[in-house]
Design a protein around this ligand. Structure first.
Ligand SMILES: C[S@@+](CC[C@H](N)C(=O)[O-])C[C@H]1O[C@@H](n2cnc3c(N)ncnc32)[C@H](O)[C@@H]1O
Length: 274
């Protein structure tokens, strides 16, 4: 079994799009595929195609990303750290940060009014959200430790280069690989004032709501506040009729967590604490 999984892993990673994705995430999908298709006992093209297509469905909008462009922009930022125009261009290379661009000031102001000004933030499934630090600066945060986690090594390398540049701006950051489904790794996270999970829960609750619930229960023991967000647009980009997540709210109540709801166009935020 191990040998077969490894053969699949090597074959899947030959596709450029999947080459920087964390092995753990790919192996998870291979195992699930083999569980559901227990007649597959050797590697075949159709299975590779189906696993890749599932990975594409789950991680596509980030895999697609404009990675070359953002590396060039980072070179420009090196010459002018903290330059808002360049930072906005970098944030515009990913879908969720682009959609939030106009509202970062507003949402950070409202979040920190509830949580107080943080000294340490953890960002899970961060994408390139740490690049939005300048908007935190605009609402009075002048120095911050920022631990950022995701599952794609090219994103991690990009962020570590960005953090290096931003040291002069009071940002002390580090990016690492971490799969949020792995609760053992979650239990080893450093302590923090706030944990962000923007637009992540829907990606890990693909079969049922359990992984998200377990994750939030574990995180609530490690931090003062958790901020979770969900998109309020449908796949076709239209606003949803019911933007609040009733099922999610009921789950929070069931596990005795308190929350406040904040909204910007296209996104709803839950500021959660014990
Ligand atoms: C929709 S994007 C949101 C990015 C960022 N949080 C934002 O809102 O700007 C989801 C992110 O979660 C990451 N992700 C998906 N599954 C993950 C997992 N199991 N563990 C850690 N990160 C994950 C993806 O790689 C992607 O960067």
């Amino acid at each position: 079994m191990e040998k077969l999984i490894n053969e699949f892993l090597i074959e899947i990673k030959k596709g450029k799009k999947y080459s920087t994705l964390s092995d753990e995430i790919i192996v998870e999908e291979i195992k699930e595929y083999l569980r559901k298709n227990n007649r597959v006992i050797k590697i075949d093209k159709q299975s590779v195609k189906e696993i890749r297509s599932k990975l594409h469905r789950l991680y596509s909008s980030y895999l697609r990303g404009k990675k070359n462009r953002r590396v060039k922009l980072l070179e420009e930022l090196k010459k002018s750290p903290g330059n808002v125009e360049i930072i906005e261009k970098i944030l515009s290379t990913a879908v969720s940060t682009k959609e939030r661009l106009q509202y970062y000031n507003e949402i950070y102001k409202e979040i920190f009014e509830i949580t107080g000004k943080p000294k340490t933030i953890i960002d899970l499934g961060a994408g390139i959200n740490p690049v939005s630090y300048i908007y935190m600066k605009e609402v009075g945060i002048n120095s911050l430790s920022y631990y950022s986690y995701d599952i794609d090594i090219s994103d991690i390398n990009f962020l570590n280069d960005y953090f290096q540049i931003m040291k002069t701006q009071g940002l002390n950051g580090k990016a690492q690989i971490l799969n949020v489904r792995n609760l053992e790794e979650i239990s080893n996270l450093p302590s923090s004032d706030i944990i962000f999970m923007f637009k992540l829960i829907d990606l890990i609750n693909t079969n049922n709501h359990k992984p998200g619930e377990e994750l939030i229960k574990n995180l609530s023991l490690k931090t003062k506040y958790i901020v979770v967000s969900f998109s309020t647009n449908t796949i076709s980009g239209k606003p949803m009729n019911l933007p609040r997540r009733k099922g999610f709210e009921l789950m929070l109540e069931r596990v005795n967590l308190k929350f406040k709801v904040l909204k910007i166009p296209g996104e709803v935020f839950y500021v959660i604490n014990r």
